[in-house]
Design a protein around this ligand. Structure first.
Ligand code: NAD
Length: 278
């Protein structure tokens, strides 16, 4: 039955508490996978109205369970290698196996809403995003954005690899961005970290291929999530398909990369941008 093609498998989604990660968790749960979410804040959806309104239960884990699969959630800061290893081990212990890892945690975030003081008079405290340029990036932005993107990805991959080797099977999906493929963005430290993920993905695929583990990246373009807001006007100008991407647009590519449809695809990056990059 195609609808349950991931039955019996466990998928780990990092940064799965909201946005694209939540979408991957729900999509893979819909295909029958048991789900483990690791996020630095399992209540991260609370920060944005757009994300709060999408939630159909108190947590993403409860939403997955409503689809008939097992689900667990763990809070860990994946920029901390020891914390990443402990969290992945806890997933393996509880779920019994890790077949799929979607290393989605990341973004251009410098300071999360829960780390910021509420602004006087503002009714919401939002995440702060980086504004660095190639010749001028404040040190705290540079290190934070590199840590949040490339280190969380590497620490997760390094922690899941032994479990997948033991299984003799694995599907790893890393998350880059069109900003990591095209250097014209103004989002420099972010683009740098996402370009590094593409390189890491290719190298890891070489190493893990003999263990029947595939490693591929996705590079989303302008996708509507709460953190980045409504960019429909921008997409109309820049995107040949004349619209923003949706979470589901990306989740369908994650389905391809986590099911047997992609068994002979590894080390590649799939750009999901409606044709924006020329
Ligand atoms: N939305 C887009 O247009 C777009 C485009 C290209 C790439 N991406 C990438 O897709 C991924 C998800 O983007 P999003 O828009 O859903 O972002 P988001 O900020 O809504 O979600 C990211 C999640 O990751 C978690 N996270 C961040 N740092 C973490 C850490 N150190 N440890 C554990 N969890 C951590 C956050 O708490 C949050 O729940 C990111 O890697 C982002 O760079 C997004």
């Amino acid at each position: 039955m195609t609808s349950q093609k991931l039955a019996g498998k466990t998928a780990l989604i990092t940064g799965g508490a909201r946005g694209l990660g939540r979408g991957y968790a729900l999509h893979l749960a819909g295909l029958g996978a048991d789900i483990a979410v690791i996020d630095r804040n399992l209540k991260a959806a609370d920060v944005y109205e757009f994300e709060r309104e999408l939630l159909t239960a108190d947590t993403v884990m409860a939403e997955c369970e409503a689809l008939g699969v097992r689900a667990m959630g763990l809070e860990a800061d994946l920029t901390d290698r020891a914390a990443a290893e402990a969290a992945v081990q806890a997933v393996a212990d509880k779920m019994g196996r890790i077949d799929i890892a979607v290393c989605n945690a990341g973004g251009g975030t410098v300071t999360f809403a829960d780390e910021r003081q509420p602004r006087e008079g503002a009714n919401e405290t939002l995440d702060e995003v980086t504004v660095g340029t190639p010749s001028d990036t404040p040190e705290h932005m540079l290190s934070r954005v590199l840590d949040i993107n490339i280190k969380t990805c590497m620490y997760t991959c390094m922690a899941v690899a032994p479990h997948m080797k033991k299984l003799g099977y694995g599907k790893i999906v890393t998350v880059s961005s069109t900003a990591g493929v095209d250097a014209k963005g103004e989002y420099h430290p972010y683009g740098l970290s996402k370009a590094a993920i593409i390189h890491y993905t290719r190298a890891l695929a070489q190493e893990l291929g003999p263990h029947n583990i595939t490693v591929n990246a996705i590079a989303p373009g302008i996708i509507r999530t709460g953190r980045l807001g409504d960019r429909a006007e921008m997409a109309k100008d820049r995107v040949p398909l004349r619209r923003e991407g949706t979470i589901e647009d990306c989740a369908k590519v994650v389905e391809f990369l986590t099911t047997d449809m992609s068994d002979y695809v590894t080390g590649r990056t799939i750009i999901i941008d409606g044709g924006m990059l020329r």
